[in-house]
Design a binder for this molecule. Structure first.
Ligand code: PMP
Length: 354
């Protein structure tokens, strides 16, 4: 029996995508060779790559001024790749500090140049700050659109005096993509897009061109743009899965439909938490994430009891991140609405000793 998977990533994927992938591992599109076995230089994979990029551009409405890149690495890779490409030793980049992930990005920027903290919600990280203070001439302004661990999300991107760089790992394609002011958006794939170990980058071509030229080829975004993400063997299976996920998103009605469904799912859980005496949400209402709902029980014992009951009922992945504890329900695009109702029932049952 398949479980209800509330994992924060790698995370649940659409059944249709998994079934197609199952078939394609044996035989890709009637070619007699599976996706894991096809040469990345062959025409069959060429079609997969084209389908992935075209699907991404169509579903997110990405214009020709942006490059769409597949980078064989997780989002963490971009924490250092972004400053290495775009931040000079004597330059400053501004960072919005909203949790664990922005903290790691800031650490990497500081290895290269100066990172100015434009805003912070430390130490509780329960909200996305509303007031930002920028440095005199930031090279770029970095923010994390959805904080996966603390469960906060920017409703709209910040307004900034410099190009925006966004870590959108945990909410890319969960809602319409507003690229206004953005020079570069990156996301690890393992939440809403596909498997781990591959990231999607959407970046302005002119911004990429301004990056440093004296880095190794795979450390420059320029190389991925110039060589269609094929300087070396890409993660062919990852790109295949992303193409399938994007096709699924389109069939569901696109990013606007995703947003409506995601808002409805999260609302069910937040409404329950707001009315419960035993459970309480972490994030402030205006900053609540639609992707990762973080919450606590009135006692540690209640949380542990809930986790034990969850396991017995086939609900998996509800323990909070090891750095903050508590509980977390990740409700990415592919997570079924019924599953949220099952979680609410479980929380209610445990609260009332059932
Ligand atoms: N940024 C965010 C917002 C994340 O949620 C994660 C992973 N959970 C990362 C970065 C790091 O991704 P990876 O492990 O793929 O490097």
């Amino acid at each position: 029996m398949r479980k209800l998977n509330f994992s924060s990533g790698p995370a649940t994927l659409p059944e249709q995508v998994l079934r197609h992938a199952q078939g394609a591992i044996w035989d890709l599109d009637g070619s007699g060779i599976g996706i894991l076995e096809h040469s990345h230089r062959g025409k069959e994979f060429g079609r997969v790559l084209e389908r992935a990029e075209a699907g991404i551009r169509e579903v997110a409405g990405i214009g020709d001024e942006y490059a769409v890149l597949f980078v064989t690495a997780g989002a963490t890779h971009h924490f250092s790749m972004v400053p290495e490409n775009f931040l000079g030793e004597r330059e400053t980049a501004d960072y919005c500090h909203t949790g664990v992930w922005s903290g790691k990005a800031i650490e990497e920027a500081r290895r290269v140049g100066t990172a100015h903290i434009a805003c912070t919600s430390a130490p509780s990280f329960a909200a996305v700050p509303s007031a930002l203070t920028f440095s005199a001439t930031p090279r770029y302004v970095h923010y994390t659109s959805n904080e996966t661990i603390y469960g906060t999300q920017w409703r709209t991107p910040p307004t900034a005096p410099a190009p925006l760089v966004c870590d959108a790992s945990s909410d890319l394609f969960s809602r319409p993509l507003d690229l206004t002011g953005h020079a570069l958006v990156y996301a690890g794939a393992q939440k809403n897009l596909g498997p781990s170990g591959i990231s999607l980058v959407i970046a302005r071509k002119d911004f990429i061109e301004n990056g440093r030229r004296d880095l190794p080829p795979l450390a420059q975004y320029r190389t991925y743009a110039a060589e269609h993400s094929m300087h070396n063997t890409p993660n062919t299976f990852g790109i295949y899965v992303i193409a399938e996920v994007v096709a699924w998103i389109r069939e569901q009605g696109g990013l606007a439909a995703m947003q409506v469904r995601n808002a409805r799912k999260a609302q069910v859980l937040y409404d329950f938490l707001d009315h419960s005496k035993a459970w309480s949400g972490h994030a402030e209402p205006a900053s609540r994430s639609l992707m990762n709902v973080t919450f606590r029980g009135a006692t540690k014992d209640l949380e542990e009891r809930m986790l034990a009951h969850a396991e017995a009922r086939g609900l998996s992945g509800l323990r909070g991140h090891r750095s903050v504890g508590g509980l977390r329900a990740s409700l990415y695009n592919a997570f079924p609405e019924d599953g949220v109702h099952e979680l609410v029932k479980l929380l209610d049952d445990v609260e009332h000793g059932r």
